[in-house]
Design a protein around this ligand. Structure first.
Ligand SMILES: Cc1cc2nc3c(=O)[nH]c(=O)nc-3n(C[C@H](O)[C@H](O)[C@H](O)COP(=O)(O)O)c2cc1C
Length: 269
């Protein structure tokens, strides 16, 4: 499968073009591009996209498309179908996702299910911009789409949320930006693995490298496109051997002894 071009498409549900959600999505895409992945950012702002009509035509026709032909829906579903990885981005609107991204998700979900799972085993990651509150609910809403679509979700050093109100504010949210680079790139994920080891010394290196949370979007998109995984990430078993899986003893010795000051700050969710 050498030479397979891996593609990730990012869909921004914000009503504001080039705003905070777009900046966060671009941060993820930039890291993916460094890994040789082809990317595309599509902003739904100003686009005509209706909600699902519940007509069930997609289940009858099974032609990979929605029966509504007078808006952007089918063009976007086609982009998603062609990609190996899908990023869904939304600002937080009244503690939820934007209506544009919800309309797309509903229609893409039904079309996918009507056709045996168009997005099965593709990689998906959610990105949310927020001023203050409601981002976790929005983040969860986006992830529900990936999960019901049998997609694979990479973890990061935090939930993929960037904080800001005005356009560009998220650029000053250092941890938010770091979360975006970590969800994207293999190298950063390995670093995160090292930091996790410092955070919890009971976890072995093999467990870190083979655990799902240490596989970045770049690695997983490659797996989705080629069915292959790099040698550094093929440790024999993700399962810890008997007696290796310790719970936290709450004594926070890791905070005192093993963690660097910057990581300690991040150890608190
Ligand atoms: C209609 C609307 C509703 C909003 N609701 C919330 C909210 O519930 N919680 C919050 O923290 N911010 C809320 N915000 C602020 C946006 O989430 C925030 O400005 C975000 O950075 C916008 O991202 P964007 O630049 O990509 O549009 C709201 C903004 C708008 C326009």
């Amino acid at each position: 499968m050498k030479g397979t071009q891996i593609k990730v498409v990012a869909l921004n549900g914000s009503a504001r073009k080039g705003g905070n959600t777009a900046i966060l999505l671009r941060t993820v895409l930039k890291e993916l591009e460094k890994e040789g992945i082809e990317t595309e950012l599509i902003e739904l702002s100003g686009a005509k996209i209706h909600g699902c009509l519940a007509c069930r035509e997609c289940s009858r026709k099974k032609d990979h498309r929605c029966a509504q032909k007078d808006d952007m829906g089918n063009a976007l579903i086609e982009k998603m179908e062609q990609a190996d990885g899908i990023l869904l981005g939304s600002p937080t609107y009244v503690a939820d996702i934007s209506p544009e991204i919800k309309a797309l998700m509903d229609r893409a979900c039904l079309v996918s299910r009507a056709n045996g799972g168009l997005f099965r085993r593709k990689v998906g990651a959610a990105v949310v911009a927020v001023r203050r509150a409601g981002a976790i609910h929005a983040f969860d809403a986006l992830n529900h789409f990936f999960l019901i679509s049998e997609m694979i979700i990479p973890g990061s050093s935090y939930w993929n949320i960037g904080i800001g109100l005005e356009k560009g504010d998220v650029e000053r949210d250092e941890e938010g930006i770091r979360t975006m680079t970590t969800v994207a790139a293999e190298e950063d994920q390995r670093l995160a693995g090292e930091q996790n080891k410092a955070y919890c010394p009971a976890v072995s290196n093999e467990t870190i490298l083979s655990s799902g949370s240490c596989r970045s979007m770049a690695v997983l998109a490659r797996v989705a496109a080629t069915g292959r995984i790099g040698p550094a990430l093929t440790a024999s078993s993700a399962r810890p051997s008997k007696g290796e899986l310790h719970g936290t003893n709450q004594n926070r010795s890791c905070s005192r002894k093993r963690c660097s000051a910057s990581w300690r700050q991040q150890a608190d969710p």
